[in-house]
Design a protein around this ligand. Structure first.
Ligand code: TNX
Length: 531
């Protein structure tokens, strides 16, 4: 019953043994090297596991829980072990090796992340449903896999400001990310329509800024949903999310979006953040006329520092994202304070004012040992300090321009990775379309290298890739799932698979095999079109 598996990876070493019993595996992202071996490992009701080194503990715990849910197997620690974690110091960061023979499965890595990835692969190798009603209903195919990522940064951004997403939804999303070997959760916590993070220094931020319908003042123009709705994350909840993410090998990047996209904060703290003399006239891209902090107000700096101080304490990771996007035209022109500041500093453009503020924030973050991240607009003004990470978002076309600056890049180009955009042109398919539609195949075809030669030094400045879910039109878990899946699986393959551009038809066959797994996980994915 050996069926051929399509493995057509140009330039990759795979395909050496392009067949395995049981058909196409639901393996996404595809590993760098796969060799199918004869035979299989049958998992009994009681699986014994040897967790090996301390570094493998999070992976061992995650695998135990995963197996218990998936096959209702009781996984106990002990000998003789069927599943064995073992340290292999010679492997690179996040790399792993997995071998499955009728005697057992061996999961090897040098770090916690590598062990987690090995466990994720093992879970995907299981059949989605029991194969029969005998003891070997749950079997893993014989295989030898050697794998390591293409990019070290493989992110997903979730907008929790336009609509509030409760913490349970986030914990579940982190688990789904880990299954796809994604390792950064970018948490968009503030925007015009809501402030979602408890800040001890300013309780008003959430008392006022987290609730739509709280007052006439905070009426978002773009959001759907009931009149009074919203919510925020307490600091304890944030710590829970961070700890859960860490156990899954996922870093959390908090985003406090400044100086634009700040309407909720300004409405919550008018005495601190409103410039009473400012008569600038502007309209933001989302049509707000009162959503930008003033770089000439002392209150702006007090606000930014106190907020970021708590943010730096709550989030142990190396990065803090401060937005910097979409400062509207015309802003600050009608403010005597801003004009005086410009004169004093010799500025002629509003972009210089934005950089003035961002540089201050960047230096503050540096005193806390953090590196600043921002959207591509942080490069529109004069240079900020070294160490900056800039995110391309409007389009892949801006990347070569961004490379002229001395920064590291994360690529999140709208036309490939904005999953709030519709998946087809069908009028029933929900989503925005300001950058066109983003069908599954397009995501999978994304080539991040913009024609750079394989040995071009500029490639080293690409930290990695990120997918984004903005949620102006996404309020429920069902809709979130529908927009993310299956596109997130295609994205994960592009970000992870290190063997060259993967083949869409091959991916599609594996996706079809993976869908029953998503069913079991309760994911409300969009059915891929028949090919
Ligand atoms: C652009 S990406 C935005 C968001 C919107 C999104 C909608 C970025 C930095 N700004 O504020 O939600 O488009 O697709």
């Amino acid at each position: 019953e050996t069926l051929p598996v399509m493995v057509r990876w140009p330039g990759a070493e795979v395909g050496r043994s392009a067949g395995r019993s049981g058909g196409v595996p639901g393996l996404i992202p595809w590993p760098r090297y796969v060799e199918w071996l004869p035979g299989h490992l049958a998992l009994s009701d009681e699986v014994r596991l040897d967790p090996g080194p301390d570094r493998a503990r999070p992976a061992a715990d995650w695998l135990r829980r995963g197996l218990a849910e998936h096959c209702r197997s009781d996984v106990t620690l002990g000998e003789p072990a069927q599943l064995r974690f073992r340290l292999r110091d010679s492997l690179e960061a996040e790399a792993y090796e997995l071998s499955v023979t009728p005697k057992g499965a061996l999961l090897e890595a040098a770090d916690a992340a590598g062990f987690l990835h090995a466990a994720a692969t093992l879970l995907q190798l299981l059949p989605a449903r029991p194969l029969n009603d005998r003891d070997d209903a749950w079997r893993l195919p014989g295989v030898r896999i050697s794998d390591a990522p293409r990019f070290g940064y493989r992110g997903l951004m979730l907008d929790c400001a336009r609509h509030f997403h409760p913490i349970g939804r986030i914990l579940r999303l982190l688990d789904l990310m880990a299954r796809l070997k994604l390792n950064v959760f970018h948490w968009h916590l503030t925007d015009d329509e809501g402030w979602r993070l408890e800040i001890r220094a300013f309780p008003q931020l959430t008392e006022v800024g987290a609730w739509r319908g709280h007052s006439e003042r905070l009426e978002p123009q773009y959001c759907t949903g009931p009149e009074r709705s919203g919510g925020y994350y307490t600091q304890d909840e944030v710590r829970r999310v961070v700890a859960h993410a860490e156990r899954l090998g996922i870093a959390v990047v908090p985003e406090i979006d400044m100086p634009a996209h700040s309407r909720a904060a300004i409405l919550a703290l008018p005495e601190l953040l409103r410039d009473s003399e400012d008569c600038s006239v502007y309209l933001s891209d989302q049509r707000y006329s009162d959503n930008v902090l003033s770089p000439a107000l002392e209150g702006t700096y007090v606000f930014a520092e106190r907020v970021l101080e708590e943010v730096c304490e709550l989030f142990p990771g190396p990065w803090v994202h401060v937005g910097g996007d979409e400062v509207p035209r015309g802003v600050w022109l009608g403010s005597p304070r801003c004009r005086a500041l410009m004169e004093r500093e010799g500025y002629t453009r509003p972009e210089e004012l934005a950089s003035h503020f961002l540089r201050h924030v960047q230096r503050f973050l540096a005193t806390r040992g953090k590196r600043m991240m921002g959207w591509e607009e942080v490069l529109h003004g004069p240079d900020l300090d070294p160490g900056l990470v800039a995110f391309a978002w409007t389009s892949q076309r801006v990347v070569s321009d961004m490379l002229r600056r001395d920064v590291q890049l994360v690529l999140q180009p709208s036309e490939f990775s904005y999953f709030d955009l519709a998946q087809s042109g069908d009028f029933q398919d929900p989503g925005l379309n300001w950058a066109g539609e983003v069908p599954l195949e397009r995501v999978h075809h994304y080539d991040p290298w913009i024609g750079l030669a394989p040995d071009a030094p500029a490639r080293e400045r690409f930290l990695g890739l990120q997918a984004a879910l903005w949620t102006e039109l996404i309020a429920s878990r069902e809709r979130m799932d529908y927009m993310l899946f299956p596109r997130l699986t295609a994205f994960a393959e592009v970000a992870w698979y290190a063997g060259g551009q993967p083949d869409f038809e091959d991916y599609r066959a594996r996706l079809i095999a993976y869908l029953p797994h998503l069913d079991r996980l309760g994911v409300n994915y969009r059915r891929p079109e028949e090919s």
